[in-house]
Design a binder for this molecule. Structure first.
Ligand code: C2E
Ligand code: MG
Ligand code: MG
Ligand code: MG
Length: 291
């Protein structure tokens, strides 16, 4: 932050800091209007079961299109939203929108899928998160099991008792819980045993080189085996190449997500891929499910 140092000198205020501060403020101010101006939307990326090629669910990923800034990637605006606290209201919007979309899919006869929603640490630590999740489900009359909440590993390392209580309350509602970007945090395996999580998402950074780098291969193999022995589902993210898929399949990884299968897409483009999950009696021909 700029410190006025007397005279006309702003000490510590380099041009780079100046620019990034202005950039940050500009994004923050723009983001403040984003919900009201309908600039936010969700894309959905399919999650595929490896043994059957069925689409088991989708991950909801936030998109922001500003009238003059254009499309701003999450890697730029999520940190700003987190530092400014805006992520709390934005995250609530995401939760409600994801539930509304899950409701629309159910109304179209699609069942048995999960819709995963990313929760930021700040959102999770707010005392009203459990009530917010419950009311989002209630508003859409949605079975809780249709929603999965993705938590980051770093979140689990702090305030262990509070985190544990919140996780148990969320599990009691019936939502599923997963650990996102697994392996990138300060891994203490002790918490895995204690926290009521349903699945681990192997971070893309390990999947990238899994077919060539023996270290990455060992890490992925270890996470898959860990999941198996702790009865947790394991999903690999960022699968782009057939060689990565082959490795994951060979190691018995349960499911995967990545450009090789599908990019994140607007709901209407994802819907045809979900028809394989229709209720018996539904007339959808399974696109990703042509067994
Ligand atoms: P994430 O939760 O780990 O999401 C996966 C990211 O990997 C997404 O980036 C997705 O588009 C990207 N991805 C998926 N498959 C591939 C692939 O095959 N190759 C490559 N190169 N990338 C792939 P995205 O949508 O840009 O989101 C980035 C991060 O922003 C997310 O990482 C998540 O941490 C955060 N984020 C996105 N939406 C939300 C949200 O609604 N709430 C919160 N709190 N965070 C969000
Ligand atoms: Mg995620
Ligand atoms: Mg992830
Ligand atoms: Mg990731």
């Amino acid at each position: 932050n700029a410190k006025y140092a007397g005279g006309n000198t702003f000490r510590f205020f380099t041009e780079a800091m100046n620019l990034s501060t202005i950039e940050r403020l500009r994004l923050e101010n723009a983001l403040r209007q984003a919900i009201a101006n309908n600039e936010l939307s969700l894309h959905y990326q399919p999650q595929v079961e490896l043994t059957t090629a069925k689409v088991l669910g989708v991950e909801a990923l936030l998109r922001w299109t500003h009238p003059t800034l254009g499309s701003v990637p999450p890697s730029r605006f999520i940190p700003v939203a987190e530092e400014s606290g805006l992520i709390v209201s934005i995250g609530e919007w995401v939760l409600n929108e994801a539930c509304a979309q899950a409701r629309r899919w159910r109304d179209e006869g699609i069942s048995g899928i999960t819709v995963a929603v990313n929760l930021s640490a700040l959102q999770f630590r707010r005392s009203d998160i459990v009530a917010k999740v419950r009311s989002a489900l209630d508003r859409c009359a949605l079975p809780a099991g249709m929603i999965e909440l993705e938590l980051t590993e770093s979140l689990l390392m702090h305030n262990a008792d509070d985190v544990m209580r919140t996780m148990h309350e969320l599990k009691a509602i019936g939502v599923k819980l997963s650990i996102d970007d697994f392996g990138t945090g300060y891994s203490s395996l002790a918490y895995l045993k204690r926290y009521p999580v349903d699945r681990l998402k192997i971070d893309r950074s390990f999947v990238n080189d899994v077919a060539n780098d023996p270290d990455d291969a060992a890490i992925v193999r270890t996470i898959v085996q860990l999941g198996r022995s702790m009865k947790l589902d394991v999903i690999a993210e960022g699968v782009e190449h057939p060689a990565q898929l082959d490795f994951l399949t060979m190691e018995g990884c349960h499911s995967a997500q990545g450009y090789l299968f599908a990019k994140p897409m607007p709901a209407d483009q994802v819907t045809p891929l979900l028809y394989g999950k229709r209720d018996p009696g539904g007339n959808g021909a399974g696109v990703a499910n042509a067994a």
